[in-house]
Design a protein around this ligand. Structure first.
Ligand code: PEP
Ligand code: MG
Length: 325
C-alpha cells in the first residue's frame, strides 16, 4: 500500500473525468520543504511563518527573513508559495515577545491584530517577503481578517513598504498576489464584500470550526462540538466557495479538513480546486481524488448540504466511503 502511494508522487491529482485539483503543502520550517517535495506537493498553500519566529531567541532581521523566504521560494519554484504573515497569539507565543495573559486568548490579541498594532514588526516581515519575491513565485496571505477596514489598513501599510523599498532602489515582484484567510464567521458573512479587495481566499477550517462552533480547537472537553461535519461549518464553506467562483477568484482550503480523503472529495464537489495540507497526507488525498469523477463528488456535496445534522452527515460519508472503497 505504501509503495502504491509512493507511485502516485509524480501523477497529477485529477478526477477520473479529468478535473485537476492542485494539492499543495502546509509548511512551517525549512525541514518541511523536503517532506513536501517527497510527497509531490505542487507548491505551498500555507507557509506558517510564525514557526521560524518561534524557534529564534529574538525577532529575525529583515535580511534573515529574506534569506529564509528565498530558500523556501527557490525550493518550490516554479510553483507558488503562499506566505502567511505572522499568526501568533492564541496558543502560539514567542519567547522574546511577552504578551499579557488574557481570559480568552483565541478571541483576543492575536494574528493580524498583533501585526496591525505592532506595525514595526509587520513592516519588517512584509519587506522580507517582497525582497525575496523575485526568487520564486510568492503570494502573500493575511490571517484572521474580520472586516474590510483591516484589509484597507493592510493595503496601506503594504503600499508604504513597497514605496520605501522602491526608494531604496530595491526590486521585487510588482504583481505579488494578495489574499486572506477566511477563518472567522465575520469573514464568511461578508465574503461577498471582502472578495472585491483580494486576489484569492483560503479557507482555514481549523479556526473556522472553532469560531463557528464556539469550541476551543485544543480543548478535549469540547471535542464533540469541534466538528467539521456540522451543517453550520459545511454551509459556511459552501458560501465562501460560491462567492469566490461567482467572482472568478481562486479559493482553496488549507485547514486539517483537507487532509481527510472523504472531506477532500466533498470539498471538490463543492467547487474547490486547490487544497493545502500537511504533506504526508497528500498521497492518500490524491488517491481519493483520482478514484472519483466530478459528478459523484458533486452529488455527494449536494446530498451533504441537504442534511440537517452532523450525525446524518457522518453516517452518509461513512457509507460513501465504503461504496468508494
Ligand atoms: C486554519 O485556521 O485552518 C489554518 C490553516 O491555520 P492555523 O491552523 O495555522 O490556525
Ligand atoms: Mg488559523
Amino acid at each position: 500500500r505504501r509503495r502504491e502511494l509512493e507511485g502516485l508522487r509524480d501523477l497529477p491529482a485529477v478526477t477520473r473525468d479529468g478535473v485537476d485539483v492542485a494539492l499543495k503543502a502546509n509548511i512551517g520550517l525549512l525541514s518541511d520543504i523536503r517532506v513536501a517535495l517527497a510527497n509531490g506537493a505542487e507548491g505551498v498553500g500555507l507557509y506558517r511563518t510564525e514557526f521560524p519566529y518561534m524557534t529564534r531567541s529574538a525577532f529575525p532581521t529583515r535580511s534573515e527573513l529574506v534569506g529564509l523566504y528565498r530558500k523556501v521560494l527557490e525550493g518550490f519554484a516554479p510553483h507558488p508559495v503562499t506566505i502567511r504573515t505572522l499568526d501568533i497569539g492564541g496558543d502560539k507565543t514567542l519567547p522574546y515577545f511577552p504578551m499579557a495573559a488574557e481570559d480568552n486568548p483565541f478571541m483576543g490579541w492575536r494574528s493580524i491584530r498583533v501585526s496591525l498594532e505592532r506595525e514595526d514588526i509587520f513592516r519588517v516581515q512584509l519587506a522580507g517577503i517582497l525582497l525575496a519575491s523575485l526568487h520564486g513565485k510568492a503570494r502573500i496571505m493575511f490571517p484572521m481578517v474580520s472586516s474590510i477596514a483591516e484589509i484597507w489598513q493592510i493595503k496601506k501599510i503594504l503600499g508604504e513598504v513597497r514605496e520605501e523599498l522602491a526608494h531604496e532602489g530595491q526590486t521585487f515582484d510588482p504583481d505579488i498576489s494578495f489574499g486572506i484567510m477566511v477563518e472567522l464567521p465575520a469573514a464568511v458573512q461578508t465574503a461577498h464584500i471582502l472578495v472585491n479587495e483580494v486576489d484569492f481566499f483560503s479557507i482555514g477550517t481549523n479556526d473556522l470550526i472553532q469560531y463557528t462552533m464556539a469550541a476551543d480547537r485544543n480543548n478535549p472537553k469540547v471535542r464533540r462540538y469541534y466538528d467539521s461535519c456540522q451543517p453550520a461549518v459545511l454551509h459556511s464553506i459552501k458560501r465562501v466557495v460560491d462567492v469566490a467562483l461567482a467572482t472568478g477568484k481562486p479559493v482553496s482550503v488549507c485547514g486539517e479538513m483537507a487532509a481527510d480523503p472523504v472531506m477532500a472529495i466533498l470539498l471538490v464537489g463543492m467547487g474547490i480546486r486547490e487544497l493545502s495540507l500537511s504533506a504526508p497526507s497528500i498521497p492518500v488525498v490524491k488517491q481519493a481524488i483520482r478514484s472519483v469523477d466530478l459528478r459523484t463528488a458533486r452529488e455527494m456535496a449536494d446530498r451533504v448540504l441537504s442534511l440537517v445534522s452532523s450525525g446524518a452527515v457522518r453516517t452518509y460519508l461513512a457509507e460513501t466511503q465504503n461504496a468508494l472503497g
